[in-house]
Design a protein around this ligand. Structure first.
Ligand code: ZN
Length: 266
């Protein structure tokens, strides 16, 4: 099984297996799903496979990428902007979540005591595949490794009180990512659903993005150099709401999968 294979059309994951941590591709579905270890990193056209493989059930999925930065876009769905009485910004409204907000599937979202309301926000996440600056929208696809699911966890009371969003969006564990990166996906019109304890809260479509994916890549890369693995959160549809200790939040995007995290007061 040692050899090379194009990165296109695979589900890329980071896994903890009996011997350590590695990137991997996932093949097959359900009980038959297998995890194939990738040597080194998944960027470029020809990742090397080590030949090691495990049943998916025997490994733990980690955050599929450790980005140097997470760039998020605020108020990028009209109905979400309206639910808090906000105007739509003319340009994409960017903020940064520290890399230390990132956690993987099933890792608890740690909700600090005393910060007031904390909300989930289900979002499509763009994962960048190569160093880029000033990418025109028409060439955005060449900069993208793939897509994953994100939860832009937000301390809503602090967000309102501070004006700046660095604190409200920046607590450790406030950016669950996963379960893996789909490298071959047209993300222009995908269903996005969020559930808290199995109750449907958000039911949107990525076709309702105000600023579309190619435009976001052009805009963000016009500001800052994007590095392999960097993540752009594209904004959340309407229906956000609070999460409490002991609850579980699941975000599902069509064609990718479901990202589930418990919530824990700390
Ligand atoms: Zn958001």
């Amino acid at each position: 099984m040692i050899g090379t294979r194009r990165v296109d059309g695979v589900r890329l994951a980071r896994i903890a297996h009996p011997g350590g941590v590695a990137f991997a591709s996932i093949e097959g579905d359900g009980d038959d799903a297998q995890v194939l270890e990738i040597a080194e990193h998944p960027f470029g056209n020809n990742p090397n496979f080590t030949g090691k493989r495990w049943p998916l059930a025997d490994v733990r999925l980690l955050a599929p990428i450790l980005p140097s930065k997470v760039i998020a876009v605020g108020r990028n769905y009209a109905k979400h902007a309206a639910e808090f009485g906000n105007e739509l910004p003319k340009d994409p409204m960017l903020f940064i979540k520290p890399s230390t907000t990132v956690v993987g599937p099933n890792v608890p979202i740690r909700r600090p005591r005393g910060v007031g309301r904390v909300d989930f926000e289900g979002e499509l996440a763009i994962v960048i595949g190569q160093p880029v600056k000033n990418v025109p929208a028409a060439r955005a696809a060449s900069a993208i490794l793939g897509y994953t699911v994100a939860n832009d966890v937000s301390a809503r009371d602090l967000q309102k009180a501070d004006g700046q969003w660095g604190r409200a969006k920046g607590f450790d564990t406030f950016c669950p990512l996963g379960p893996w990166i789909e490298t071959s996906l047209d993300a222009a019109d995908l269903a996005l659903k969020s559930e808290v304890d199995g109750v449907l809260k958000q039911d949107g479509r990525t076709s309702d993005l105000v600023h579309k994916i190619p435009e976001l890549v052009e805009f963000v890369s016009g500001v800052m150099t994007l590095l392999p693995g960097d993540v752009i959160l594209t904004g959340t549809p309407e229906g956000v709401g609070p999460i409490e200790d002991g609850q579980s939040v699941s975000i599902t995007i069509e064609g990718i999968g479901t990202l589930t995290n418990p919530v824990q007061d700390v």
